[in-house]
Ligand binder design. Structure first.
Ligand code: SF4
Ligand code: SF4
Length: 297
């Protein structure tokens, strides 16, 4: 299962960034696929990106909402909310664990070091703060004289944007280097801190910052796909918590099995020796029976 997941992560990253003509073109891809949101965090302005980022598109929608309303051109941002809503309703936060390119980058970095640190548990609320403040409130309320807001999260925080768009564009277009200022330095520091933290903390960006993960995480509780936990079969070996990239601790009742922190990587399903963890696809539950001779405690 985990080999399949890693394959899915690589293929998704390649598919979302498959505009390989970019070294010969001056502009980023602006074709029809840019109207489609990729379900994971993948910067719109990456020279190789063929789709939009749902988080950037959501901020853009909110930042231009006043002007749209006043000009009578109101639209519901349906393709943004549709992408997040459809994916989230079906599988909750599974895009984070299976297709998000920035999730993959953090996982690869974490595999480089034997050192392991756990972030302070209340920092789990960080993604909701970034979602509320940088994605919703500031783009909606801080507007210029024309009524346009700004994409605050993209502009001041998003490390995926710096890595996938900022740095490649600066390398490709020497003219841009002269225009670099404090904002780029700030974004570069944010990126380096997050990449550095990813070496010793599992998925720090997903766990403490990512507003897209927060949106999907809320839907973990309501999605069609659910994880199941049979406490009667659990022997308390803690293997599920040890392999969990976001340290969800459901075996001891500390967290819900469908916690918003879970990126649905399914490592716990694979590793549980007593098959206490299962999957429920709505119509079909796949809680496997323990093999003969293996007690359930
Ligand atoms: S891996 Fe399975 S048996 Fe071990 S603590 Fe987790 S749920 Fe219980
Ligand atoms: S609880 Fe299980 S599926 Fe969720 S992130 Fe942890 S290991 Fe992955």
């Amino acid at each position: 299962m985990q080999k399949l997941r890693r394959l899915s992560q690589y293929l998704s990253a390649l598919m979302a960034n498959s505009y390989w003509l970019f070294p010969w073109r001056t502009a980023i891809y602006q074709g029809v696929l840019k109207h489609v949101c990729f379900p994971g965090l993948n910067c719109y302005s990456c020279p190789a990106a063929i789709t939009s980022c749902p988080l950037g598109a959501l901020q853009n929608f909110l930042a231009t909402l006043r002007v749209s309303l006043s000009s009578g051109q109101f639209h519901f941002g349906s393709y943004v909310l549709g992408t997040i809503g459809l994916a989230g309703t079906a599988v909750g936060r599974m895009p984070c664990g299976w297709i998000c390119p920035f999730g993959l980058i953090q996982e690869l970095l974490f595999s480089l070091s034997p050192l392991r640190y756990s972030p302070w548990r209340p920092l789990r609320w960080g993604p909701y703060v970034f979602l509320g403040l940088f994605v919703i409130v500031l783009p909606l309320t801080v507007v210029d004289s024309m009524g346009y807001g700004s994409t605050w999260f993209c502009k001041y925080v998003c490390p995926a944007g710096t890595l996938e768009a900022g740095l490649p564009l600066i390398l490709m277009r020497p003219g841009l280097r002269r225009a670099l200022g404090w904002l780029f330095v700030h974004k570069l520091i944010v990126l380096l801190v997050i990449l550095g933290a990813s070496v010793v903390i599992s998925r720090p960006f997903c766990r403490m910052i990512c507003p897209l993960g927060a949106l999907y995480g809320i839907l973990n509780h309501f999605s069609w796909f659910q994880l199941t936990f049979d406490a009667d079969r659990c022997v308390g070996c803690k293997a599920c918590r040890t392999v969990c990239p976001t340290e969800v601790s459901f075996f001891d009742g500390r967290d819900n099995i469908n916690s918003a922190a879970c990126v649905r990587c399914l490592k716990c399903v694979s590793i549980c020796p007593t098959r206490a963890v299962g999957m429920d696809f709505g119509l079909m539950t796949t809680v496997k029976r323990p093999e003969q001779g293996k007690g359930t405690g």
